[in-house]
Design a protein around this ligand. Structure first.
Ligand code: PLP
Length: 383
């Protein structure tokens, strides 16, 4: 007899990881694959921060648990960052350090919603929102954004979804499109959520990786919002698995209890690195300049390969391409491109299960020479 398995864990795979596996297997066999699929920086944490980590380990090789919400000094450092960077002032008791922002997302949903509650997500979207919400037996409400709304929600679109929402997830700059909400649109959405008793969850994972206007935090406009951020992207600490949340007063104790029970505490050594990394933002800003150069190459070279319907990316390190004129089956399309052109990219179905079959996501956080070569190969492939 086979034992029961849960329905809640029967969630879709992360297609980006499927292509990533394919690309890894091909690379292991000696194929030269240009990587436009993975969503992580090509840089590591600045050397001075690594040196500091060594000092910390030498001083205290034991590295025990920390408090469930993280080391007070590091939480205070994050609060200071909000004061300096966004002009938003709050006590560090509202900061929770998390095991990546993925750990933060699950605690955000658990702390704010009960089974059956309706949570809006804006498609194309970061797929784990949908999958986490479903696995917690909450209801996903899809708000379909388009190129015309810059792949971001508007108050009109949210109202048109026709459901009484309990929560709404936004992400600006966006994964997968790299597009951003303007500060005024963000403020409108924040105010609308407040007026309609909707708990806003603002995923600010790509803040600081912006090329024109800086991104503003939802914490400035909505005191009830849960704001998520991560050390994985701008701070280039991906594998150190650390993120943070800014939470409203009434949720801090719940988040603490969830963190104690689910995670005990966020990774200790990573918190020490995080404390130090704020002193090296000048280095991190050079990484952003590098991504910007790559984006300029993508914008000028990809249209020559037929990828001419690109999202108006102004941040993160992605563009979302409408490839409906080239395929109706993005998965087959991506597999064909990797085997015929040696270029890996992510099928849009990952981000939009209804309309994504005619889209792909392109990540340009890789080495510039590889980006140039990937574009050249795609141009050749299209001939
Ligand atoms: C929009 C968004 N949010 C959250 C995450 C999770 O990041 P992490 O768990 O590494 O902090 C990612 C990772 O790609 C992301 O793209």
């Amino acid at each position: 007899m086979t034992l029961k398995t849960s329905r809640r864990s029967d969630i879709p795979m992360f297609r980006a990881l499927d292509i990533l596996r394919d690309a890894n297997e091909r690379a292991a066999k000696g194929e030269d694959i240009k990587r436009l699929e993975a969503g992580l920086p090509c840089f590591g944490v600045p050397q001075a921060v690594l040196d500091y980590a060594k000092e910390v380990i030498d001083r205290d090789p034991r590295q025990t648990y920390t408090e469930a919400l993280g080391i007070a000094l590091v939480r205070d450092r994050i609060a200071l960052y909000y004061r300096d960077h966004y002009g938003v002032d709050f006590h560090y008791s509202r900061v929770a350090i998390t095991a990546g922002s993925s750990g933060g997302l699950s605690m955000a949903f658990l702390s704010a919603f009960d089974v059956g509650d309706k949570v809006g997500i804006c498609t194309p979207t970061y797929p784990p929102y949908r999958n986490m919400i479903n696995s917690l037996n909450l209801q996903v409400v899809e708000i379909q954004t388009t190129a015309e709304t810059n792949y971001q929600p508007t108050v009109n679109l949210i109202e048109q979804c026709g459901e009484k929402l309990d929560g709404l997830v936004i992400c600006s700059p966006s994964n997968p499109s790299g597009t951003m909400l303007s500060e005024s649109e963000l403020e409108k959405i924040c105010n609308w959520c407040e007026a309609n008793n909707v708990r806003l969850i603002s995923d600010e994972a790509y803040h600081n990786i912006t090329y024109e206007e800086p991104a503003q935090t939802a914490a400035k406009f909505n005191k009830d919002a849960i704001v998520l951020n991560t050390f994985s992207k701008y701070f280039a600490m991906t594998g150190w698995r650390l993120g943070w949340m800014v939470v409203p007063e009434e949720l801090t104790d719940r988040i603490k209890r969830l963190s104690e029970n689910y995670f005990v505490s966020p990774p200790t050594i990573s918190q020490h690195l995080a404390y130090k990394v704020f002193d090296h933002m000048d280095v991190l800003d050079t990484y952003v300049a590098y991504y910007k150069k790559n984006l300029d190459i993508i914008k000028s070279e990809l249209p020559k390969a037929g990828f001419d319907k690109l999202s108006n990316a102004k941040g993160a390190f992605y563009v979302y391409a409408d490839v409906g004129h080239m395929t109706n089956d993005c998965e087959e399309f991506c597999h064909r491109i990797i085997s015929e052109a040696g270029v890996a990219m992510t099928p849009g179905l990952d981000f939009d299960m209804i309309r994504g079959h005619t889209s792909v996501r392109i990540c340009y956080a890789d080495d510039t020479d590889d980006i140039i070569e990937a574009c050249r190969r795609l141009q050749e492939w299209q001939k």
